[in-house]
Design a protein around this ligand. Structure first.
Ligand code: 5GP
Length: 202
């Protein structure tokens, strides 16, 4: 059976990375889609693990070669998902998790309507602002910009298949686990098992 694509988007500060980490600890058979980006690596980030860090020239060449399933400019940097990486994982029967912005998610949904899209929402603007401040990674301008961007991103949440409010991290993780688990219980996914069962002697 082919695997399924799960696409996650969220404004920064909504806890997407922590949620996905918790999901990987609870479910087997998942693969994380490693994007290519022109952004410089942050402290502790490794090439080929967090991202494939490439030059803008290389990125543009790959765009021309149609090697990206989707790509977008986010906060001044280019990000894209390698088409071949996605096809290989799905053909191996792995469920693929993508962490991409709303522009990319829209492109994926158009190219692959069977992809499951999930938007992670903050419980309130006040709480999002508090979380951004607590990270102590952004100055006042950057916090304002992120909050403004967050508003624009949330206005796109309507067309996602699922939305999760991250008001408590464990609950949010459980909800994502439920979404993935329910897709694994679809009869189409168990067709091989069912026909195997029917072919056995009673
Ligand atoms: P960061 O640079 O903080 O890791 O990510 C910034 C934003 O880029 C996040 O919203 C993340 O979801 C998005 N992003 C990461 N990889 C991709 C990608 O391959 N395609 C698109 N469209 N967005 C991505």
């Amino acid at each position: 059976m082919k695997g399924r694509l799960f696409v996650f988007s969220a404004p920064s500060g909504c806890g997407k990375t922590t949620i996905l980490k918790g999901v990987f600890e609870r479910i087997d058979g998942l693969k994380f889609s490693i994007s290519s980006t022109t952004r410089a690596p942050r402290k502790g980030e490794r090439d080929g693990v967090d991202y494939f860090f490439i030059t803008e020239q290389e990125f543009r060449t790959r765009v021309r070669q149609n090697r990206f399933l989707e790509w977008a400019e986010v906060h001044g940097n280019l990000y894209g998902t390698d088409r071949k990486q996605v096809e290989e994982a799905l053909n191996c029967g792995l469920d693929l998790i993508m962490d991409i912005d709303v522009q990319g998610a829209r492109q994926v949904k158009c190219a692959m309507p069977e992809a499951v899209t999930v938007f992670i929402l903050p419980p309130s603007w006040k709480e999002l602002e508090r979380r951004l401040r607590d990270r102590r990674t952004d100055d006042e301008d950057s916090i304002r910009r992120r909050l403004q961007n967050a508003y624009a991103e949330v206005s796109e949440a309507y067309w996602y298949d699922y939305a999760i409010v991250n008001d408590a991290i464990d609950k949010a993780i459980e909800e994502v686990v439920h979404i993935i688990t329910s897709f694994r219980l679809q009869t189409s996914r168990l067709a091989g098992f069912i026909s195997g069962l029917l072919s056995q002697k009673r």
